[in-house]
Design a binder for this molecule. Structure first.
Ligand SMILES: CC(C)(COP(=O)(O)OP(=O)(O)OC[C@H]1O[C@@H](n2cnc3c(N)ncnc32)[C@H](O)[C@@H]1OP(=O)(O)O)[C@@H](O)C(=O)NCCC(=O)NCCSC(=O)c1ccc(O)cc1
Length: 151
């Protein structure tokens, strides 16, 4: 790829840094374009956030439904990866069921992911999407497939 600074390939938006070089540099990925940041990856909890700007809203000025799903997806995915990668596994989202409960129009949208099941081949996360007042705007159930990484 041309015209990309080398360190751009390693900008990980707060995700665990596992590769020397990424096919899609963080800032150019969907997560980077939308402005997602991961702020905490713990044992069985993780947090992410995004500032609510026009970029993440639909035309009526509320956060687009796809943004809730995408923020939940990256938070659960990266939290799983951070734990399974060192043992030789990879993780891919298998399902993402997101309910939109209350519109969010401004401030920061916060994702709080809690692991409900950490199995050998599947991990299941519940992700709360909260506004700055702690109100639940959306709720996601994300299932991750955990498999050995191909060589
Ligand atoms: C669907 C709902 C109206 C159902 O509400 P209910 O489950 O019956 O709960 P309530 O009646 O207690 O309302 C909860 C809150 O919803 C909001 N609400 C409820 N009714 C309304 C109405 N009629 N208008 C506006 N906002 C409402 C409001 O913020 C309520 O909170 P309070 O004011 O504190 O009462 C509500 O859950 C909701 O507004 N959810 C969020 C919907 C949302 O943000 N969807 C994602 C964006 S839409 C989208 O992605 C898109 C649209 C168009 C495009 O071109 C592209 C993308």
């Amino acid at each position: 790829m041309t015209g990309i600074a080398p360190d751009e390939h390693r900008e990980t938006l707060g995700m665990a840094d596992v590769l020397e070089r990424y096919p899609v540099p963080g800032p150019r990925s969907l997560d980077g374009v939308l402005g997602f940041r991961l702020t905490e990856i713990g044992e069985d909890e993780a947090r992410g956030e995004v500032e609510v700007t026009d970029r993440v809203c639909q035309r009526f000025g509320v956060v687009h439904g796809g943004v809730y799903a995408a923020l939940a997806e990256v938070t659960a995915s990266e939290a799983t990866l951070a734990h399974v990668w060192p043992r030789g596994d990879g993780a891919m989202g298998q399902s993402n069921n997101t309910s939109f409960l209350r519109p969010c129009r401004s401030g920061t949208l916060h994702a709080h992911a809690r692991a409900r099941h950490r199995g050998r081949t599947t991990w299941v996360w519940d992700v709360d999407l909260l506004d700055d007042d702690g109100r639940l705007c959306a709720s996601s159930r994300v299932t991750m497939a955990v498999r050995p990484r191909p060589d």
